[in-house]
Design a protein around this ligand. Structure first.
Ligand code: 2AM
Ligand code: CA
Length: 272
């Protein structure tokens, strides 16, 4: 179709437009409703998704789309867009400035383009398969930190499974053994930060494909490692994920293996 942008350019153009719409909602404190006990969905999630899907359909009518709020359609294409119209809705709804719009394109099961846009800081992270990862047009790489002890990592807790989520054990152990663990609230931003070296590692249990599709490509194109938390290959169906700079990968997996086995280095201290 004449005037159709390339896949990365389309992802950039559409996420900028959606992000600007989200920023308007954020600044005007548009109200939110409860999806379930802890799951928030705002008018902004839906407005952003509508904008993204309309534009994707216009540019690429034959592509499948999987979007968090359900507006996409699986149409059996070799191309599939994963869309999170607002990643970090809880932060957004509370007025906490750490949220993003993210979208990634898969071809025959392999990520080929991905974007994470943080409208609060005007930071656009973009990656294309084989062409590297970029922040506002400048090439980025993962960090060079070599040990877990010297690392800054990050994790998150999906809203619907917090009571049964084993991740608090990983969070606790890592917080005791490293420079610190952040809990950002937008998995897409956390992976983008791992790609550009602000974080050395990010892991999470229970993410959905739209949360991590773009982040996965960003981290691998920035020279990092991406696997599940046992060190196996990560697929969109994997229940766990680990992204890191590659240098701390083996040490991190060894610590995770010990935590999975219940060998906690720091047992619960007594409260005096
Ligand atoms: P969201 O804001 O788009 O829901 C927390 O690190 C991450 O978990 C966020 O990216 C958040 O994305 C995601 N998340 C929240 N609830 C979730 C759920 N029920 N299932 C999967 N991911 C979820
Ligand atoms: Ca979302």
């Amino acid at each position: 179709m004449p005037g159709t942008p390339s896949y990365p350019d389309a992802a950039i153009e559409i996420s900028l437009a959606a992000g600007n719409l989200l920023r308007y909602h954020f600044e005007n404190r548009v109200g939110f409703e409860l999806k379930s006990e802890f799951d928030l969905v705002t008018e902004a999630d839906r407005a952003s998704e509508k904008l993204i899907i309309e534009r994707l359909r216009r540019y690429f009518p034959t592509h499948s789309i999987q979007a968090e709020e359900g507006g996409g359609q699986e149409i059996g294409s070799e191309y599939r867009w994963y869309v999170d119209p607002l990643d970090g809705t809880t932060n957004f709804a509370h007025g906490y400035p750490a949220w993003s719009v993210t979208m990634g394109l898969e071809k025959n099961g392999e990520m080929i383009a991905g974007v994470v846009f943080d409208p609060t800081r005007n930071e656009l992270f973009a990656a294309e398969k084989g062409a590297g990862a970029y922040l506002n047009g400048n090439r980025v790489h993962v960090s060079r930190v070599e040990t877990l002890a010297a690392s800054l990592s990050c994790t998150g807790f999906p809203n619907d499974s917090r009571k049964t989520n084993p991740n608090i054990h990983f969070y606790y152990q890592m917080a005791m053994e490293t420079h610190g663990v952040r809990r950002g609230g937008s998995a897409a931003i956390d992976m983008a930060y791992t790609a550009c070296g602000r974080l050395d590692a990010f892991w999470e249990i229970g993410l959905k494909p739209w949360d991590l599709a773009a982040g996965k490509l960003l981290v691998t194109e920035a020279g990092g490692a991406f696997s599940d938390m046992h060190g196996g290959a990560h697929s969109m169906k994997s229940p766990t994920m680990l992204a890191d700079n590659g240098l701390v990968h083996e040490e991190l997996l060894a610590r995770f293996a010990a935590i999975f086995r219940g060998e906690l280095r720091h047992p619960m201290p007594e409260i005096r």
